[in-house]
Design a protein around this ligand. Sequence first.
Ligand code: ATP
Ligand code: MG
Length: 233
Amino acid sequence: MILVEDVTIAYNGQTVIRNINLEFKPGLHIVLGRNGSGKSTLLKTIAGLLKPLKGRVLISGRDIHRLPRKEAVKLVGYTWQNPYAGFVETTVRDELEFTSRVSGVPLKQEIVELLVPRSLMNKNPFNLSGGEAKRVSIASILAIDQPVWLLDEPFDYLDAEGVESLIKIINYGLTENKTIIIASANLAYLHMLEGSQVLVLSSGEIVFRGSLRDLNNSSLKEHGIPTRILMCG
Ligand SMILES: Nc1ncnc2c1ncn2[C@@H]1O[C@H](COP(=O)(O)OP(=O)(O)OP(=O)(O)O)[C@@H](O)[C@H]1O
Ligand SMILES: [Mg+2]
């Protein structure tokens, strides 16, 4: 479904990701790596928001960087690591409708209702608490039900109910045969998601491909990812 072909990504001449080749089939994929290893950069490139220096990204055979923005938005939903970075409207109600308005695809209300309490609707998105903002940001992007979801540190700031709702949404996405990629600097909550392919990024390269089970504490340590002992005591 997603092919990353010989992709190199650089900011101001500084290479962050070097000549990587990846294939993401429908199902769940997790991209791990230490802070600054390029996880968000990779997701934004797959979403078509960043143009690679070299190589291309094909989604269902279509080069995402050559598609009109409206078409790309219908195909891929990228939820921002920093939720405030994606806000454009002055009320939560308008923010939730923004992606739907741009793409012409109707909102899936069930996704909005799982994450966003009605009491937030008239608030300014920029005044929301961290967890409220994360909920609105994720709902505003995913509620048009794209076939590809790219979730950048999706569990950050969420409380127990938020985590549970997001896991329900991810599991719904998997039953719908979506391709879902989660970027994370740690393993929090990932054990609740089954059957995932794991990639680890380090110094611009993929240094591990396998399952969560195969990532032992010494490889976690080596790649700068908090070990299970460090996370849970
Ligand atoms: N717009 C930009 N201009 C210049 N450098 C950037 C830009 N965005 C990211 N970088 C740099 O690229 C590198 C990779 O950043 P990226 O955000 O992809 O890392 P990450 O793996 O998502 O990290 P984190 O775990 O902190 O979220 C970092 O060194 C960062 O400083
Ligand atoms: Mg990041």
